[in-house]
Design a protein around this ligand. Structure first.
Ligand code: FEO
Length: 168
């Protein structure tokens, strides 16, 4: 069984992942409103990934005899000044998620809670991948600049993204 403090932090993280779901659905909606269906698909799949993260934490909290408490979530931004702004905000958000996962790891280590520490390793790796993906896409966008043909191709490419549950 995890400590009360550890369970509280895990519960906070679970709710943070749910905020991520809402944020990425809001971004998907913005992309649709800009007629960028491929980018919208990318963020829609991202929201599915965040749901997977949340449910992985939901299951772990119950495995270690805790209970999930749903929290009120703040409203995500709905308007963006363009795709660069969108990806910059995505990167900022993922950095914040990485920081909070690191806090959980520190707490697990300080309590010698090696089970939770092991559980969190998956999220450490996942955050590296997520931040890297978003940085790559932002760099591509900057390369594209005002080139509408290149933007069309990137939109097509992102439209092919599908959700596959990450390896456990
Ligand atoms: Fe669940 Fe994008 O981190």
């Amino acid at each position: 069984m995890a400590s009360e403090k550890m369970l509280q932090l895990l519960n906070d993280q679970f709710n943070r992942e749910l905020y991520s779901v809402n944020l990425y659905l809001s971004m998907a909606s913005y992309c649709l409103s800009e007629d960028l269906d491929g980018f919208a698909n990318f963020y829609r799949v991202q929201a599915q990934e965040e749901t997977f993260h949340a449910m992985k934490q939901f299951d772990y909290i119950h495995q270690v005899e805790g209970k999930v408490t749903m929290q009120a979530l703040s409203q995500p931004p709905a308007e963006f000044s363009g795709l660069t702004d969108l990806f910059e905000k995505t990167i900022a958000h993922e950095k914040e998620v990485s920081r909070s996962i690191n806090e959980l790891v520190q707490q697990a280590l300080s309590e010698s809670d090696f089970a939770t520490h092991t559980f969190l390793q998956w999220f450490i790796t996942e955050q590296v991948e997520e931040e890297s993906t978003m940085h790559t896409l932002l760099k591509k966008l900057k390369m594209i600049g005002d080139n509408q043909s290149a933007l069309y191709l990137m939109n097509e490419e992102l439209g092919r993204r599908t959700f596959t549950a990450p390896a456990a």
